[in-house]
Ligand binder design. Structure first.
Ligand SMILES: NC(=O)c1ccc[n+]([C@@H]2O[C@H](COP(=O)([O-])OP(=O)(O)OC[C@H]3O[C@@H](n4cnc5c(N)ncnc54)[C@H](O)[C@@H]3O)[C@@H](O)[C@H]2O)c1
Length: 425
């Protein structure tokens, strides 16, 4: 069977990940076009995929000004730049792999879902965690009745303090106005998982949270605005930028700060970048406003209750959950690939025994989710059997609604009735 053809809209971090899938599985996908303003990113993709010069554009506006020349568009631009290219692409006849969040506006999320239905286009929103070995196994165990009927769930998103400082203090998702609130930008994945695993409409939601630590009032005495301007705390501050980006274990963070500037940077090049980059700023003196901790309580029509916690102040980047059922209890952990390991324990009430599962994280980032979603997208477009994780944009708009409503609750300090909230948007 021929590979499906795709254009990449935004060849940044995510665009490259999906393009890499095409390199690894050329029988599945061929990248035939790119729209990307950054010359280095655009040229890298052009050379790696031998994209004809006439199909390399410096913006999605230009790419979508010519007739459709691929099966699919992979929309990988930043949070506030999804709706317009998505609509243009669908109008031309492209099916979409669309990065989350659909939009920072709840109304636009529902409108885009409706538009996809009107145009009969496949639109797969990148809730990649659904496609991980771990969460697929969790869902399969729940559906098989391994813990009886679900009663309650406690889900924690442990962001990791260094990750939080990188993405939500210094980086692209630090400002609600420029990207979206934390509960949408980061935790829409968790809202989607909760919605999927509970399998029932949400009735009520309440939320609390704030930005407690990464702010000017917590800057240590004498800390300059940039780490490299002689910070007296360089030996002790965990967020000292050269320490994080040169000595730290997270290659993807290093890649992110150098993306579009150079590949495989030397320590000297990183120092140069940090002198002017937003990632060289003191974490207590940035223009961030998104929360660093938030809790959400949810009740569902089937009687299930869920408590969700997102917190920056964890050592590891991991998700931990406990699901309590009428016949047993499930504990699961999704590790970060560096220290943590994926594990599920089912504790059966009748036998008082435990069964352990170690779902092997398949290839690629997000516990194999990045590969898994691409694989299902290809199957969807070819009309082949997809996995049970696959969902469409209408479902994603519903799970995004939980994030929007949680944020409204946090800001208004009120419990939200979901049906009333929906009829008001
Ligand atoms: N699914 C996930 O797990 C996951 C993880 C991280 C990020 N994301 C989301 O993916 C999206 C992209 O994130 P990223 O980290 O790749 O961002 P990025 O900034 O690295 O990439 C965005 C790219 O879009 C390009 N761009 C800007 N204007 C453009 C235009 N007019 N036409 C075409 N391209 C244009 C930028 O130059 C940049 O290269 C964001 O919405 C983000 O929230 C999803």
């Amino acid at each position: 069977m021929n590979p499906i053809t795709a254009v990449i809209i935004g060849a940044g971090g995510r665009g490259r990940i999906y393009a890499d899938y095409a390199k690894k599985y050329p029988q599945d996908v061929k990248i035939v076009g790119v729209a990307e303003p950054n010359e280095q990113r655009r040229q890298t993709l052009r050379l790696e995929h031998q994209i004809p010069e006439e199909h390399c554009f410096s913006s999605y506006e230009e790419l979508f000004s010519i007739p459709k020349f691929a099966d699919a568009a992979l929309i990988c631009t930043q949070d506030q730049m999804h709706i317009v290219p998505a609509k243009q692409a669908m109008e031309l006849g492209y099916h979409l792999l669309l990065e989350k969040p659909i939009s920072p506006s709840a109304k636009e999320c529902y409108e885009l879902a409706q538009y996809a239905q009107q145009q009969s286009r496949h639109v797969l929103v990148c809730h990649v965690l659904r496609y991980t070995a771990l969460f697929k196994k969790v869902k399969q165990l729940l559906d098989s009745g391994a813990i009886g009927e679900m009663v309650s769930m406690v889900h924690c998103e442990n962001v990791g303090h260094i990750h939080h400082a990188h993405s939500y203090v210094r980086g692209n998702w630090r400002s609600t106005a420029e990207s979206s609130p934390m509960i949408l930008a980061k935790s829409c994945h968790d809202m989607d998982l909760i919605y999927w695993l509970v399998g029932s409409p949400c009735q009520q939601i309440s939320s609390f949270g704030s930005l407690i630590y990464f702010k000017k009032s917590n800057a240590p005495a004498g800390a300059p605005a940039r780490c490299l301007d002689g910070c007296p705390h360089s030996d002790t501050c965990p967020y000292y930028a050269p320490h994080v980006y040169i000595d730290g274990p997270y290659d993807w963070m290093r890649d992110a700060i150098c993306s579009g500037i150079c590949n495989n940077p030397t320590p000297e090049q990183i120092i140069d970048i940090l002198k002017t980059s937003p990632y060289g700023r003191c974490v207590f003196q940035c223009d961030n406003d998104v929360v660093d901790h938030q809790v959400v309580n949810l009740s569902f029509e089937n009687g299930v209750t869920v408590s969700f916690t997102m917190c920056a102040f964890t050592s590891r980047i991991e998700r931990t959950l406990k699901i309590m059922g009428t016949k047993g209890e499930m504990r699961a952990m999704m590790g970060d690939g560096l220290q943590g390991q994926d594990i599920i324990e089912i504790r059966d009430f009748e036998t008082e025994s435990s069964t352990f599962y170690y779902p092997t994280a398949a290839l690629g980032g997000h516990g194999g989710g990045d590969t898994g979603i691409m694989r299902d997208f290809v199957r969807l477009l070819r009309g082949e059997q997809t996995t049970s994780a696959l969902t469409d944009i209408a479902v994603s708009a519903e799970s995004h609604a939980l994030a929007f409503a949680a944020e409204d609750s946090r800001l208004s300090r009120k419990t939200i009735n979901l049906n009333e909230w929906k009829s008001a948007i």
